[in-house]
Ligand binder design. Structure first.
Ligand SMILES: [Cu+2]
Length: 480
């Protein structure tokens, strides 16, 4: 915990007992008071174990009022270790992670390590389905890291409420030999829906919101709407991006710059590729490299474009509280003095081995809108009535996800990883590496391939959190 930088600041932001690191997210009143941009980087949770291959942390979830940048703390807010997003869980491939978790919320919960191939007992779903961590209780999560790259953790009960309230945090797993660039920056994207009068998190969802997904009216980068990060001309930055929104797809670009995508959900790519904008579905991660080619003293905004979940009738049935124009997400502020940049060294890739479907089809999922029921179904049912999917471990298997509905659904499968080999007959998308969360566009079938190597019973679900909470989920058993 860092001390307050001045007595006045302590009084102003009441920062006693709360982390005010540059990326703490909840209360960086220092930014607003001085207009000095935050330094590049992130704040990791302290490792309590001296062993090089063990990362041991204390984690507490609690009701925490946090300021999203409106100067009005959200009294219904929640946080991990007092900050939104929670501090970064940082480790290396092969490490054992021990998380001593305490639930200081006033309802039961469970944690999910999104994208990491942990064991079913540690995945948060068995707890969600029958044995939640009750208020005041603790639980020790422990798992070995078999995946490097960028992941995140979040609550897995009442997700539409608890993730909206702030219970999410990044996970960085360094690859062997990974060369750190000038700046290694986690950037958690979220949107919250605030009541316009009170500036508090708006009341629970309407039926319409349940069906359409909850779009916010305030865009947050690392928990604040007014993030400013300092860059030096010439520096090389790795941005580790995660979409923590309930329902919003982001379509990002950085004024005056392009992105080089170097990694996706499950690690680094064999062949990085350049894009001038990047679409991210809820739950997805991308690692992108940005070379600071802007002018000394300049300011460049990370912008978000409108993305319609309903491609045909978006404006009519799904008005975006952010409007139809482009909106700023964060600002990168250039110093006057240039640096000789580190450049980027692509780590050894961790990439899948298929480029096309295999004959063995494990399952064909069907996603459908049930307009009468005001919900979206999987294989004609809602959780827990969706039929179990059984697949064999270690066998090359094709999966098809057919979206017969008129809106996008981000499909997330726990416990294993996949390659997308086809989207609507167009073939393999550019640069695809391992994925655990996939956009399934309207009226489109997406084909996945994997040889599932993590046995057990795993949940899969739509990562529009309103849909997930409403039963757009099922279970898959990977049999040894
Ligand atoms: Cu959905």
């Amino acid at each position: 915990m860092r001390p307050c930088s001045s007595l006045l600041l302590c009084v102003l932001v009441a920062c006693e007992g709360v982390d005010t690191g540059p990326d703490a997210g909840t209360d960086s009143g220092d930014t607003a008071a001085t207009d000095v941009p935050d330094a590049c980087g992130y704040t990791a949770m302290p490792d309590l174990d001296a062993a090089a291959d063990v990362v041991e942390v204390d984690l507490v979830a609690s009701a925490t009022a946090w300021d999203p940048g409106t100067d009005v703390p959200l009294t219904g807010g929640m946080a991990f270790n007092g900050s939104v997003p929670g501090p970064v869980l940082e480790a290396s491939l092969g490490d054992t992670v021990k998380v001593h978790f305490t639930n200081d919320l006033d309802f039961g919960t469970s944690l999910h390590w999104h994208g990491l191939r942990v064991t079913p007992e540690m995945d948060g779903i068995m707890q969600m389905m029958g044995d939640p961590i009750e208020p005041g209780e603790s639980f020790d999560y422990e798992f070995e890291l078999v995946d490097s790259g960028f992941y995140w953790f979040h609550t897995h009960m009442d997700t539409a409420t608890t993730i909206e309230a702030g219970l999410y945090a990044p996970i960085v797993v360094h690859a062997p030999g990974e060369v750190r660039p000038d700046c290694d920056q986690t950037l958690v994207l979220d949107d919250v829906l605030l009541d316009e009068d009170t500036q508090q998190i708006a009341p629970p969802d309407t039926d319409m919101m349940q069906l359409m997904g909850r779009l916010g009216n305030l865009l947050l980068a690392n928990g604040r709407a007014d993030r400013r990060y300092g860059w030096a001309p010439g520096q090389t930055t790795l941005l580790r991006l995660v979409n923590a929104s309930n329902a919003r797809y982001w379509d990002l670009y950085l004024e005056g710059h392009s992105f080089t995508v170097v990694g996706t959900d499950g690690g680094f790519l064999a062949e990085p590729y350049a894009v001038d904008h990047l679409v991210m579905a809820p739950g997805e991660r991308y690692m992108v490299v940005v070379e600071a080619t802007g002018e000394a003293g300049g300011e460049y905004r990370l912008m978000n474009r409108r993305f319609q979940l309903h491609e045909e009738h978006g404006d009519m049935i799904e008005p975006d509280p952010m409007g139809n124009g482009d909106n700023p997400v964060a600002t990168f502020v250039y110093a006057d003095t240039a640096v000789a940049g580190s450049g980027w060294v692509q780590p050894a890739p961790d990439v899948p081995s298929w480029g096309a479907a295999v004959d063995n089809v494990g399952h064909h999922w069907l996603l459908e809108e049930d307009m009468e029921g005001g919900t979206v179904t999987i294989d004609g049912q809602r959780f827990p009535d969706v039929p179990m999917v059984d697949v064999m471990m270690d066998v090359d298997t094709t999966f098809e996800v057919e979206n017969a509905s008129e809106m996008h659904h981000p499909f997330h499968i726990h416990g294993n990883r996949f390659q997308v080999v086809d989207v609507g007959g167009e073939g393999v998308p550019e640069g695809q590496g391992w994925k655990d969360t996939f956009d399934i566009p309207p009226r489109t079938t997406v084909t996945l391939v994997s040889a599932l190597d993590n046995p057990g019973e795993w949940m899969y679900h739509c990562h529009i959190l309103e849909h997930a909470d409403d039963g757009m989920a099922g279970l898959m058993t990977v049999m040894e």
